[in-house]
Structures are given as structure tokens and as C-alpha cells.
Write a protein that binds this ligand. Structure first.
Ligand SMILES: *[C@@H]1O[C@H](CO)[C@@H](O)[C@H](O)[C@H]1NC(C)=O
Ligand SMILES: *[C@@H]1O[C@H](CO)[C@@H](O)[C@H](O)[C@H]1NC(C)=O
Ligand SMILES: *[C@@H]1O[C@H](CO)[C@@H](O)[C@H](O)[C@H]1NC(C)=O
Ligand SMILES: *[C@@H]1O[C@H](CO)[C@@H](O)[C@H](O)[C@H]1NC(C)=O
Length: 249
């Protein structure tokens, strides 16, 4: 299971926003230029939670009767566990591609339950972006309105080896380490990256009532990664009240 634990990644992304899951289409590369773009520096952490916890977590925040957990298809992942993914990072020069004046740097955290399906969506495998924190109130507002995401503005800090989020009395803290002298590796040269790419390639959705989906296009061909160890500590209420107390890494 160690190989699923965490990677530190540096990559560029394009955002595509659409008004409903059913209308979601892949746009050509040329069209991306008129959408939202940025460079992303993040730790991506995949954890396995037992399947019954994953079921309760899926339905924790709102009525999700039409959303189901799917069988995950990650080679080597324990059969009685469901993956969840933390994106713990920062967006650089991120915003509409038409004007650099509208772009900015901000911290962005996402907690996701991948491998879910919705009867309302024609796309079969979705990634439920359940909880987001952003350091910029403008971006947290647009995440709510444009993507229908549950994004909160929070106090956030990121260093080379740590990340901290504070919202009211609750905190999320993470610290990370890489092996000494671990160089950056191209994603294509890092065989353990596949589960991350599989999950990040999925179409995603946020709050059910908005019925809004989105998709990020990651430039994995130029992305650089470093395998990393992660230690996460958080108040469950910050992420999900059904998060199991102990998880496998
Ligand atoms: C972020 O760092 C500043 C300065 O070190 C500190 O005052 C603040 O409390 C930190 N905030 C969080 C959420 O860690
Ligand atoms: C994170 O901090 C905790 C507590 O200080 C420590 O036990 C752990 O080894 C650290 N982990 C990493 C990956 O740095
Ligand atoms: C992710 O999507 C890209 C672009 O469609 C594709 O080339 C790549 O093979 C996909 N990777 C995985 C692991 O599904
Ligand atoms: C969050 O966790 C910290 C300890 O990690 C605890 O002191 C604090 O009371 C918790 N807050 C809530 C709201 O549970």
C-alpha cells in the first residue's frame, strides 16, 4: 500500500466549466486557451478507507440518493477498501487565460471520493469533490457559483514541508518528507503514478443540487513528481464526520 501514499507534484492545468454533467464534453486543446489556466504545486495523497465508511462519507453532507460508490479499478488496492484523495496545494498564476491581471496565486485544498456514479450523469465514473478550502475568498465564491463546489474560505499556510488550514476551531495539519536528494521525476518515468492519473482524469462534481460538473486537464507530459511521505492530522468535522479514525497508508 505504501506506493499509494503520497506524491508531490508540479504541473500545469486547464479548467473547463460546464453547466451540467450531461453537457460535459472534452474541448480541443485550442479551446482551452479561452478557459481558466494555472500551474499547480501540490501533494496528492491517496488513502484507503473501509468500504462501509466510504459509503457513510459519501452521504454525509447532503442527500445523494442518486449517487453510488462504484467498484474501484486500481490494481493492487485492497478489496475491502475504497480510495479517497487529498489534494493539498497551491495554484499559481491561476485564472482566465484572456487576462493575466485576473490571475492570482492562492492555496487550494480538496478532499475527494473517486469512483462514484450518478444516474444524472452520462459520464460513468465520477470523482466527488466533497470538501474544498481556499485562501482566497474570491476564488471560494466562484468555486461555489461556477462549479457548485462546497468551498470555504479559510486561513491557510503552506511551506516546503507542511500545510495548515484553520476554519473556526477546526484545523487540518499535514507534514511531508521526501527521501534525501530525491530528484524530481517525470510522471511518465514514475510507474506508481498511474492511480493518481486514473483518479485525476475523472470528470468531477460538487454539490448535488447545482448539478454542475467540471473537469481539469492536467499536462501530465510535463508534470514532475517526487514520492513523498505524508502525515495528516485533522478534526473530522473539517473533512467528513464519518472519516474512520484509523486508515491504511
Ligand atoms: C500562517 O502563518 C502565519 C505566520 O507564521 C501565522 O500567523 C498564522 O497563524 C498561520 N495560519 C495558519 C492557518 O496556520
Ligand atoms: C510529522 O510530524 C509528526 C509530529 O511532529 C512526526 O511524528 C512525523 O514523523 C512527521 N512526519 C513527516 C512525514 O515529516
Ligand atoms: C488520462 O487522460 C489522458 C488524456 O485523455 C490519457 O492520455 C491518459 O492515458 C489517461 N490516463 C489514465 C491513467 O487513464
Ligand atoms: C480539533 O482537534 C484539536 C486537537 O487536534 C482539539 O484540541 C480541538 O478541540 C478540536 N476541535 C474540535 C472543534 O473538535
Amino acid at each position: 500500500m505504501k506506493r499509494y501514499a503520497a506524491v508531490l507534484i508540479f504541473l500545469s492545468i486547464y479548467f473547463i466549466i460546464t453547466s451540467s454533467c450531461n453537457e460535459l464534453k472534452r474541448k480541443s486543446d485550442a479551446k482551452h486557451e479561452s478557459f481558466i489556466r494555472g500551474t499547480y504545486h501540490a501533494w496528492w495523497v491517496i488513502l484507503g478507507v473501509d468500504t462501509s465508511s466510504a459509503f457513510h462519507m459519501l452521504h454525509a453532507l447532503e442527500n445523494m440518493v442518486d449517487v453510488k460508490l462504484m467498484k474501484k479499478t486500481l490494481t493492487g488496492f485492497p478489496p475491502n477498501q475504497h480510495p479517497v484523495l487529498f489534494e493539498i496545494g497551491k495554484e499559481f498564476n491561476c485564472g482566465p487565460s484572456v487576462s493575466s491581471a485576473l490571475r492570482s496565486d492562492f492555496l487550494e485544498f480538496k478532499f475527494e471520493i473517486p469512483f462514484v456514479s450518478s444516474f444524472k450523469s452520462k459520464t460513468s465514473v465520477l470523482n466527488y469533490k466533497q470538501r474544498l478550502f481556499e485562501s482566497s475568498s474570491l476564488n471560494s465564491i466562484s468555486s461555489n457559483i461556477m462549479y457548485g463546489l462546497d468551498a470555504s474560505k479559510a486561513n491557510m499556510n503552506m511551506s516546503d514541508s507542511s500545510y495548515e488550514i484553520k476554519l473556526n476551531q477546526d484545523t487540518f495539519k499535514a507534514n511531508f518528507s521526501t527521501t534525501d536528494n530525491q530528484p524530481w521525476i517525470r510522471v511518465r518515468d514514475f510507474s506508481f503514478f498511474k492511480p493518481y492519473e486514473t483518479i485525476m482524469n475523472m470528470t468531477w462534481f460538487g454539490r448535488r443540487k447545482y448539478g454542475v460538473c467540471a473537469e481539469h486537464n492536467y499536462d501530465f507530459d510535463t508534470a514532475l513528481v517526487k514520492p513523498s511521505r505524508a502525515h495528516l492530522m485533522f478534526n473530522k468535522s473539517m473533512i467528513n464526520p464519518y472519516f474512520p479514525t484509523r486508515t491504511m497508508t
